[in-house]
Design a protein around this ligand. Structure first.
Ligand code: SAM
Length: 278
Protein backbone atom coordinates (compact mmCIF):
# COMPACT_ATOMS: atom_id res chain seq x y z
CA UNK A 1 0.00 0.00 0.00
CA UNK A 2 1.53 3.31 -1.03
CA UNK A 3 1.60 5.91 1.71
CA UNK A 4 2.29 9.60 1.74
CA UNK A 5 4.09 11.89 4.15
CA UNK A 6 2.44 15.02 5.50
CA UNK A 7 4.34 17.93 6.95
CA UNK A 8 4.20 16.38 10.42
CA UNK A 9 6.63 13.71 9.28
CA UNK A 10 4.13 10.89 9.84
CA UNK A 11 3.29 8.33 7.18
CA UNK A 12 -0.25 9.06 6.14
CA UNK A 13 -2.66 8.20 3.38
CA UNK A 14 -3.73 11.34 1.63
CA UNK A 15 -7.37 11.65 0.58
CA UNK A 16 -7.80 11.98 -3.19
CA UNK A 17 -10.25 14.89 -2.87
CA UNK A 18 -9.44 18.37 -1.67
CA UNK A 19 -12.01 18.93 1.04
CA UNK A 20 -12.72 22.00 3.20
CA UNK A 21 -12.37 21.04 6.84
CA UNK A 22 -10.54 17.80 5.92
CA UNK A 23 -8.72 16.33 8.93
CA UNK A 24 -5.56 15.18 7.16
CA UNK A 25 -3.44 17.54 9.27
CA UNK A 26 -5.04 16.52 12.58
CA UNK A 27 -4.75 12.76 12.17
CA UNK A 28 -2.12 12.35 14.87
CA UNK A 29 -4.37 14.12 17.42
CA UNK A 30 -7.47 12.18 16.39
CA UNK A 31 -5.51 8.93 16.45
CA UNK A 32 -4.31 9.61 19.97
CA UNK A 33 -7.88 10.20 21.20
CA UNK A 34 -10.01 7.56 19.45
CA UNK A 35 -10.00 4.15 21.15
CA UNK A 36 -9.72 0.94 19.20
CA UNK A 37 -12.94 -0.86 18.43
CA UNK A 38 -14.72 -3.12 16.01
CA UNK A 39 -16.25 -0.49 13.71
CA UNK A 40 -15.60 3.19 13.03
CA UNK A 41 -18.72 5.21 12.23
CA UNK A 42 -18.28 8.60 10.55
CA UNK A 43 -21.57 10.52 10.12
CA UNK A 44 -19.65 13.37 8.35
CA UNK A 45 -17.03 11.42 6.40
CA UNK A 46 -16.06 14.13 3.85
CA UNK A 47 -12.77 13.14 2.21
CA UNK A 48 -12.46 10.14 4.60
CA UNK A 49 -9.06 11.38 5.83
CA UNK A 50 -9.76 9.81 9.23
CA UNK A 51 -10.95 6.38 8.12
CA UNK A 52 -8.11 6.13 5.61
CA UNK A 53 -5.60 6.49 8.41
CA UNK A 54 -7.16 4.57 11.29
CA UNK A 55 -7.45 0.81 11.40
CA UNK A 56 -10.78 -0.76 12.28
CA UNK A 57 -12.33 -3.97 10.98
CA UNK A 58 -15.38 -2.19 9.56
CA UNK A 59 -16.43 1.30 8.59
CA UNK A 60 -19.80 2.99 8.24
CA UNK A 61 -19.11 6.16 6.25
CA UNK A 62 -21.90 8.65 5.74
CA UNK A 63 -22.26 12.16 4.44
CA UNK A 64 -25.13 14.33 3.26
CA UNK A 65 -23.42 15.03 -0.06
CA UNK A 66 -24.96 12.60 -2.57
CA UNK A 67 -22.34 13.25 -5.27
CA UNK A 68 -19.56 12.38 -2.84
CA UNK A 69 -21.15 9.11 -1.74
CA UNK A 70 -22.00 8.08 -5.32
CA UNK A 71 -18.37 8.67 -6.27
CA UNK A 72 -17.08 6.53 -3.38
CA UNK A 73 -19.44 3.68 -4.19
CA UNK A 74 -18.38 3.60 -7.83
CA UNK A 75 -14.69 3.93 -6.99
CA UNK A 76 -14.64 0.99 -4.57
CA UNK A 77 -16.79 -1.13 -6.88
CA UNK A 78 -14.74 -0.51 -10.04
CA UNK A 79 -11.33 0.40 -8.62
CA UNK A 80 -8.74 0.89 -11.43
CA UNK A 81 -11.39 0.76 -14.14
CA UNK A 82 -13.08 3.87 -12.74
CA UNK A 83 -9.74 5.54 -11.98
CA UNK A 84 -8.80 5.25 -15.67
CA UNK A 85 -12.16 6.72 -16.65
CA UNK A 86 -11.81 9.67 -14.24
CA UNK A 87 -8.26 10.23 -15.53
CA UNK A 88 -9.51 10.56 -19.10
CA UNK A 89 -10.99 14.00 -18.21
CA UNK A 90 -7.61 15.34 -17.05
CA UNK A 91 -6.39 16.49 -20.48
CA UNK A 92 -4.68 19.67 -21.69
CA UNK A 93 -7.76 20.64 -23.68
CA UNK A 94 -10.03 20.32 -20.63
CA UNK A 95 -7.96 22.94 -18.79
CA UNK A 96 -9.45 25.94 -20.58
CA UNK A 97 -12.10 28.08 -18.95
CA UNK A 98 -14.55 27.30 -21.75
CA UNK A 99 -14.15 23.55 -21.22
CA UNK A 100 -14.37 23.88 -17.43
CA UNK A 101 -17.76 25.60 -17.60
CA UNK A 102 -18.96 23.15 -20.25
CA UNK A 103 -18.03 20.20 -18.02
CA UNK A 104 -19.50 21.90 -14.95
CA UNK A 105 -22.76 22.31 -16.89
CA UNK A 106 -22.61 18.65 -17.89
CA UNK A 107 -22.07 17.71 -14.23
CA UNK A 108 -25.13 19.72 -13.22
CA UNK A 109 -27.39 18.27 -15.91
CA UNK A 110 -26.43 14.64 -16.49
CA UNK A 111 -28.32 11.71 -14.96
CA UNK A 112 -25.42 9.38 -15.58
CA UNK A 113 -23.97 8.74 -12.10
CA UNK A 114 -20.70 7.30 -13.40
CA UNK A 115 -20.06 10.35 -15.59
CA UNK A 116 -21.10 12.69 -12.79
CA UNK A 117 -18.70 10.95 -10.39
CA UNK A 118 -15.76 11.27 -12.78
CA UNK A 119 -16.63 14.93 -13.33
CA UNK A 120 -16.73 15.45 -9.56
CA UNK A 121 -13.03 14.48 -9.42
CA UNK A 122 -12.33 16.78 -12.39
CA UNK A 123 -14.15 19.75 -10.76
CA UNK A 124 -12.44 19.13 -7.43
CA UNK A 125 -9.00 19.54 -9.03
CA UNK A 126 -9.82 22.29 -11.57
CA UNK A 127 -12.25 24.42 -9.52
CA UNK A 128 -11.30 27.34 -7.30
CA UNK A 129 -9.44 26.27 -4.17
CA UNK A 130 -10.82 22.71 -4.32
CA UNK A 131 -14.11 24.03 -2.95
CA UNK A 132 -17.30 22.02 -3.14
CA UNK A 133 -20.20 24.44 -3.11
CA UNK A 134 -23.78 24.29 -4.35
CA UNK A 135 -26.38 27.00 -4.76
CA UNK A 136 -29.84 26.75 -3.20
CA UNK A 137 -31.08 24.81 -6.25
CA UNK A 138 -28.43 22.18 -5.65
CA UNK A 139 -26.29 23.24 -8.62
CA UNK A 140 -22.51 23.09 -8.26
CA UNK A 141 -21.33 26.68 -8.69
CA UNK A 142 -17.58 26.81 -8.01
CA UNK A 143 -15.68 28.98 -10.54
CA UNK A 144 -12.55 27.76 -12.31
CA UNK A 145 -9.33 27.84 -10.26
CA UNK A 146 -5.96 29.08 -11.41
CA UNK A 147 -3.32 26.34 -11.31
CA UNK A 148 0.11 26.03 -12.91
CA UNK A 149 -0.13 22.27 -12.84
CA UNK A 150 -3.07 19.95 -12.28
CA UNK A 151 -2.47 16.73 -10.41
CA UNK A 152 -4.53 13.63 -11.06
CA UNK A 153 -4.64 11.75 -7.73
CA UNK A 154 -4.24 8.26 -9.15
CA UNK A 155 -2.31 6.71 -6.24
CA UNK A 156 -4.61 8.33 -3.70
CA UNK A 157 -7.69 6.96 -5.47
CA UNK A 158 -6.13 3.52 -5.62
CA UNK A 159 -5.26 3.63 -1.90
CA UNK A 160 -8.81 4.68 -1.10
CA UNK A 161 -10.38 1.93 -3.22
CA UNK A 162 -8.14 -0.73 -1.65
CA UNK A 163 -8.37 0.39 1.97
CA UNK A 164 -12.11 1.11 2.05
CA UNK A 165 -13.34 -1.64 -0.29
CA UNK A 166 -15.49 -3.22 2.42
CA UNK A 167 -16.74 0.01 3.96
CA UNK A 168 -20.44 0.80 3.85
CA UNK A 169 -21.09 4.20 2.24
CA UNK A 170 -24.42 5.94 2.76
CA UNK A 171 -25.83 9.32 1.90
CA UNK A 172 -27.89 10.51 4.85
CA UNK A 173 -27.99 13.14 7.55
CA UNK A 174 -26.06 12.62 10.78
CA UNK A 175 -29.05 11.83 13.00
CA UNK A 176 -29.87 8.79 10.85
CA UNK A 177 -26.26 7.56 10.98
CA UNK A 178 -26.26 7.90 14.77
CA UNK A 179 -29.41 5.78 14.87
CA UNK A 180 -27.54 3.08 12.94
CA UNK A 181 -24.60 3.04 15.37
CA UNK A 182 -24.34 0.66 18.31
CA UNK A 183 -22.57 0.74 21.66
CA UNK A 184 -19.56 -1.21 20.38
CA UNK A 185 -18.89 1.36 17.65
CA UNK A 186 -16.52 4.30 17.83
CA UNK A 187 -18.45 7.24 16.41
CA UNK A 188 -16.33 10.11 15.10
CA UNK A 189 -18.32 13.23 14.16
CA UNK A 190 -16.71 15.98 12.14
CA UNK A 191 -19.48 18.46 11.37
CA UNK A 192 -18.90 21.62 9.31
CA UNK A 193 -16.92 23.96 11.55
CA UNK A 194 -18.63 26.39 13.81
CA UNK A 195 -17.37 29.81 12.59
CA UNK A 196 -14.28 31.09 14.43
CA UNK A 197 -15.70 34.55 13.94
CA UNK A 198 -18.69 36.06 12.14
CA UNK A 199 -16.78 36.50 8.84
CA UNK A 200 -15.42 33.00 8.41
CA UNK A 201 -18.36 30.73 7.82
CA UNK A 202 -18.24 28.13 5.05
CA UNK A 203 -21.07 25.65 5.31
CA UNK A 204 -22.15 24.90 1.73
CA UNK A 205 -20.94 21.33 1.11
CA UNK A 206 -24.57 20.64 0.28
CA UNK A 207 -27.42 22.95 -0.67
CA UNK A 208 -28.76 22.66 2.91
CA UNK A 209 -25.91 24.32 4.82
CA UNK A 210 -25.27 23.62 8.51
CA UNK A 211 -26.49 26.24 10.94
CA UNK A 212 -26.19 26.77 14.68
CA UNK A 213 -29.35 24.76 15.32
CA UNK A 214 -27.76 21.74 13.65
CA UNK A 215 -24.61 22.15 15.81
CA UNK A 216 -26.80 22.27 18.92
CA UNK A 217 -28.82 19.27 17.81
CA UNK A 218 -25.67 17.22 17.24
CA UNK A 219 -24.36 18.16 20.70
CA UNK A 220 -27.73 17.25 22.24
CA UNK A 221 -27.72 13.88 20.47
CA UNK A 222 -24.15 13.23 21.65
CA UNK A 223 -25.27 13.90 25.24
CA UNK A 224 -28.25 11.54 24.83
CA UNK A 225 -26.27 8.73 23.21
CA UNK A 226 -23.48 9.07 25.79
CA UNK A 227 -26.07 8.62 28.54
CA UNK A 228 -27.09 5.36 26.82
CA UNK A 229 -23.48 4.14 26.78
CA UNK A 230 -22.33 5.06 23.27
CA UNK A 231 -18.80 6.30 22.50
CA UNK A 232 -18.96 9.54 20.52
CA UNK A 233 -16.23 11.99 19.56
CA UNK A 234 -16.82 15.40 17.96
CA UNK A 235 -14.27 17.70 16.28
CA UNK A 236 -14.82 21.42 15.99
CA UNK A 237 -13.19 24.80 16.42
CA UNK A 238 -12.31 25.55 20.00
CA UNK A 239 -14.47 28.56 20.90
CA UNK A 240 -16.48 29.65 23.90
CA UNK A 241 -19.58 28.41 22.16
CA UNK A 242 -18.25 24.93 21.37
CA UNK A 243 -16.81 24.61 24.90
CA UNK A 244 -20.29 25.34 26.18
CA UNK A 245 -22.06 23.05 23.66
CA UNK A 246 -19.90 20.07 24.58
CA UNK A 247 -19.66 20.79 28.32
CA UNK A 248 -20.76 17.28 29.29
CA UNK A 249 -17.78 15.74 27.47
CA UNK A 250 -14.10 15.61 28.28
CA UNK A 251 -12.57 18.18 25.91
CA UNK A 252 -9.11 17.88 24.33
CA UNK A 253 -7.85 21.17 22.83
CA UNK A 254 -5.01 21.62 20.32
CA UNK A 255 -3.81 23.88 17.48
CA UNK A 256 -3.77 22.94 13.82
CA UNK A 257 -1.86 24.72 11.07
CA UNK A 258 -4.26 25.20 8.22
CA UNK A 259 -5.99 27.57 5.89
CA UNK A 260 -8.60 29.47 7.84
CA UNK A 261 -10.12 31.60 5.12
CA UNK A 262 -11.68 30.81 1.76
CA UNK A 263 -9.33 33.08 -0.23
CA UNK A 264 -6.38 30.79 0.40
CA UNK A 265 -4.11 33.52 1.77
CA UNK A 266 -4.92 33.44 5.44
CA UNK A 267 -2.94 30.55 6.89
CA UNK A 268 -2.29 30.15 10.57
CA UNK A 269 -2.96 28.14 13.67
CA UNK A 270 -6.60 27.54 14.41
CA UNK A 271 -7.60 26.28 17.85
CA UNK A 272 -9.51 23.02 17.62
CA UNK A 273 -11.03 20.59 20.04
CA UNK A 274 -12.21 17.02 20.21
CA UNK A 275 -15.16 16.51 22.55
CA UNK A 276 -14.89 12.99 23.96
CA UNK A 277 -18.11 11.36 25.12
CA UNK A 278 -16.73 8.04 26.34
C1 SAM B 1 -15.68 19.15 8.13
S1 SAM B 1 -16.33 18.21 6.80
C2 SAM B 1 -15.79 16.58 7.20
C3 SAM B 1 -14.34 16.42 6.86
C4 SAM B 1 -13.81 15.01 7.00
N1 SAM B 1 -13.66 14.59 8.37
C5 SAM B 1 -12.46 14.93 6.30
O1 SAM B 1 -11.44 14.69 6.96
O2 SAM B 1 -12.46 15.16 5.10
C6 SAM B 1 -18.04 18.16 7.15
C7 SAM B 1 -18.85 17.24 6.26
O3 SAM B 1 -20.19 17.23 6.73
C8 SAM B 1 -21.06 17.02 5.62
N2 SAM B 1 -22.40 17.43 6.05
C9 SAM B 1 -22.96 18.67 6.06
N3 SAM B 1 -24.19 18.63 6.60
C10 SAM B 1 -24.43 17.34 6.96
C11 SAM B 1 -25.50 16.66 7.59
N4 SAM B 1 -26.61 17.29 7.94
N5 SAM B 1 -25.37 15.32 7.80
C12 SAM B 1 -24.25 14.65 7.42
N6 SAM B 1 -23.20 15.25 6.82
C13 SAM B 1 -23.28 16.56 6.59
C14 SAM B 1 -20.43 17.83 4.51
O4 SAM B 1 -20.85 17.36 3.24
C15 SAM B 1 -18.93 17.63 4.78
O5 SAM B 1 -18.41 16.58 4.02
Amino acid sequence: MVKDKNNLGIDLMKPFLKWAGGKYKSIDKIKSVLPSGHRLVEPFCGSCAVSLNLDYENYLLADFNQDLINLYKILVAENQHFINYAKSFFTEENRTSEKYYELRYLFNTTNNIRLKSALFVYLNRHGFNGLCRYNSKGLYNVPIGSYKTIYFPELEMKNFADKLKNAKFVCQSFEKTLQQANKRDIVYCDPPYMPLNTKSSFTSYTEYGFELDAQKYLAQLADDYYDKGYKIFISNHDTELTQSLYKKSSIKSFDVRRMISANGTNRGFAPELIACYN
